[in-house]
Ligand binder design. Structure first.
Ligand SMILES: Nc1ncnc2c1ncn2[C@@H]1O[C@H](COP(=O)(O)OP(=O)(O)OP(=O)(O)O)[C@@H](O)[C@H]1O
Length: 373
């Protein structure tokens, strides 16, 4: 499928600082595509290149099959929603939303229809004649979105649109954004440093680090199969283990000497060769804590190691147990629900067994035979 929006080999330097290194990406029509990464990784620069506010040293921008690299922002059919809303304080909500079409000299009767549609879409019909300082942060952000959408862009860029809102409002606005996207069906590129936002909203995510894209995938692919240590750590929590493949087993399994713990069977889709060094990423919730050694663990595909509880952090819906196994500190997460009635809750200094299923691991790519990434 030909992609709807495409960045091709974009490079951008500010002074001596290289902000974006040869980045290419393809966004499909109608998709919510997120650029996710820590502060300073180049997300906003990419968005500004897409919108035409920033000129890259090299690289091209395509929209709907056309090379738009040399078009100014107002000729690109792309609109941007910023974190700080950028509403006109002296205009009421109606006039804020009507601003773009009025500049474009669209007849007032048509503008009225479009503004009404927008007010309905953002569910602020009753607030049309209030000024921005008379509505809440979440409502202001909805106005900013309506103000961008009324211009009927082919692509909407959203730069940390929820960053100024508190947690509850952010959660609510995520649902609103999802609904608005479903209703208007246009393509969104969403910039955020917040993994939860990106995971909840996106069809696909590009994880950025230091001006480069480390991985592009669906939220589940990024979470379950991170390809690098950076991605594994940036998206959620994880534990890393080092080891070496000592035997190829039947199917897609191999036996790995997990340094400090002994040999275990692991799922190994990429069929690494014997002798290959590996880094394994294991999410805390993939483990389960047992007070007694569980019977038949091997038969049910479980691997077990003995550990001692050294720290317990209660977080409401779940508890994080920090355990020491060998000389390694491992985070193990247990959800709270009554299905685990058989289990006595571990406490400090308890000797426990931690178990994981041999399929519940992720081997990180980019680790060579001699262990160098
Ligand atoms: N106009 C500029 N002049 C000089 N350096 C800049 C300029 N714009 C961005 N940079 C630098 O380029 C790098 C990437 O910045 P960018 O704003 O794209 O990152 P970001 O991932 O969006 O970060 P944040 O989430 O903090 O906005 C940063 O190191 C930043 O300091």
């Amino acid at each position: 499928m030909e992609s709807f929006f495409k960045l091709e080999n974009i490079n951008k330097t500010f002074g001596t600082h290289r902000a974006v290194y040869d980045v290419s990406l393809n966004v499909n029509k109608g998709e919510v595509f997120s650029l996710l990464g820590p502060s300073g990784c180049g997300k906003t620069t990419m968005l500004r290149v897409a919108a035409g506010f920033e000129e890259p040293e090299s690289g091209k921008v395509f929209l709907d099959g056309k090379d738009i690299s040399s078009l100014p922002p107002n000729k690109r059919k792309i609109n941007t929603v910023f974190q700080n809303y950028a509403l006109f304080p002296h205009l009421n909500i109606y006039d804020n939303i009507a601003f773009g079409p009025r500049i474009a000299k669209i007849p007032e009767s048509e503008i009225e229809k479009r503004v009404k549609n927008m007010l309905e879409l953002i569910r602020l019909e009753e607030h049309a004649f209030k000024r921005p300082d008379q509505i809440s942060g979440g409502q202001k952000q909805r106005v900013a979105i309506a103000r961008a959408l009324i211009n009927r862009p082919s692509l909407l860029l959203l730069d940390e649109p929820l960053a100024a809102l508190d947690l509850k409002l952010r959660q609510h606005m995520l649902l609103e954004l999802d609904r608005i996207h479903d209703e208007v069906g246009i393509t969104f590129i969403y910039v955020t440093h917040d993994q939860t936002e990106a995971m909840s909203l996106s069809d696909r995510i590009a994880v950025m680090n230091k001006g480069r894209i480390e991985q592009i995938g669906t939220p589940a692919e990024i979470y379950e199969s991170p390809r690098t240590k950076f991605v594994a750590e940036f998206i959620g929590d994880t534990n890393f283990f080092e080891g070496k493949v000592v035997e190829r087993l039947d199917g897609e399994y191999c036996k790995i000497d997990l340094f400090g713990f002994g040999e275990f069977a692991f799922f190994n889709e990429s069929r690494l060769d014997v002798g290959a060094n590996v880094t394994i990423s294991m999410r805390p919730e993939k483990f389960r804590v047992y007070m007694e050694r569980p019977a038949d663990s091997a038969a049910s595909g479980m691997n077990l190691i003995k550990a001692k509880v050294v720290d317990i952090v209660y977080q409401g819906a779940q508890t994080n147990y920090w355990v020491i196994a060998g000389d390694k500190r491992i985070c193990v997460r247990q959800q709270h629900n009554r299905c685990y009635l058989d289990l006595r809750q571990p406490t400090w200094n308890d000797e426990v067994w931690i178990a994981w299923h041999k399929d519940d691991v992720n081997m990180l790519a980019g680790v060579s035979q001699n262990g160098e990434s």
